[in-house]
Ligand binder design. Structure first.
Ligand code: CIR
Length: 254
């Protein structure tokens, strides 16, 4: 069975953390409607969608990806780089306990799930404003017994590693070469985002499903030209909060 944890869009989403974007009004109803369509896509792709407990006082709590790294063998509960997001992790840990052994990142480590890209047994970790070397080292220590290799990756111009690069097929990554060095991923086939769509590097891939924002048609064409079948969702409202399609779920096999 494949499970997708999500969390409702909280009514305080407009008070979210922002790093690279100017604050714009977020239409909560529209964000909720788009989020519901995203959850429906997950269901259509075979996921059992389970909402984590609402956290009305945490504006960014819809972005559940940042709170845990769920591997087949262990779930690593993060220590988010933004202090305002630290209260989010307890409920994720509580929910994951039924499915995985739990490990945690501890002080002085910080790590956001959005900075961790798994490609097979390789864990690429963005050294961003939200993730430091100590957080990376803790992830490496916890996952080494299971055969994972952890590698730090420098970023520029974006929030998380997965803002810049994501897996779109078992052996293929989608990336924005202005934000991350494509040479780091030289062992994988690559699709570059269209230069007019810099934020298009975030796609959600699991099984045979590739979920992608409908706001990036040029990059979608590139993915399709590479032979990939793309399912689109409207994602513009949560994009104002710097969230993408990986951010809103934790997908794992139970
Ligand atoms: C934040 O700054 O933490 C949120 N406003 C956006 C988090 C997006 N999460 C992700 O890319 N994994």
């Amino acid at each position: 069975m494949r499970i997708a944890f999500t969390r409702e869009v909280g009514s305080r989403i407009a008070e979210c953390e922002l790093t690279h974007l100017q604050r714009e009004p977020v239409d909560v109803d529209r964000a909720r409607e788009q989020h519901a369509r995203y959850e429906n896509r997950l269901r259509e792709a075979g996921c059992d969608v389970r909402r984590l407990a609402p956290l009305p006082d945490c504006p960014d709590s819809v972005f559940v990806e940042d709170t845990a790294i769920v591997l087949d063998e262990v779930a690593v509960i993060t220590r988010p780089g933004a202090v305002s997001r630290r209260p989010e992790i307890a409920s994720t840990a509580e929910a994951l306990r039924a499915y995985r052994e739990i490990a945690s990142v501890s002080e002085p480590g910080i790590l956001d799930g959005g900075d961790v890209l798994r490609l097979g047994r390789n864990l690429y970790v963005g050294l961003s404003a939200r993730t430091n070397r100590e957080g990376l080292d803790e992830l490496a220590r916890v996952t080494a017994p299971y055969g994972y290799a952890v590698q730090g990756v420098d970023l520029r111009g974006c929030l998380h590693l997965k803002s810049a690069v994501t897996r779109v097929a078992e052996d293929t990554v989608l990336l924005n070469p202005a934000w991350v060095d494509p040479g780091v991923f030289a062992n994988y086939a690559q699709v570059a985002v269209d230069a007019a769509e810099p934020a298009a590097g975030n796609a959600l891939h699991f099984g045979n499903t590739l979920i992608f924002p409908e706001e990036f048609p040029r990059t979608r064409e590139r993915l399709e030209a590479a032979g990939l079948r793309v399912t689109t969702v409207p994602a513009a409202e949560l994009a104002k909060a710097e969230g993408g399609v990986t951010c809103c779920s934790l997908v794992f096999d139970a």
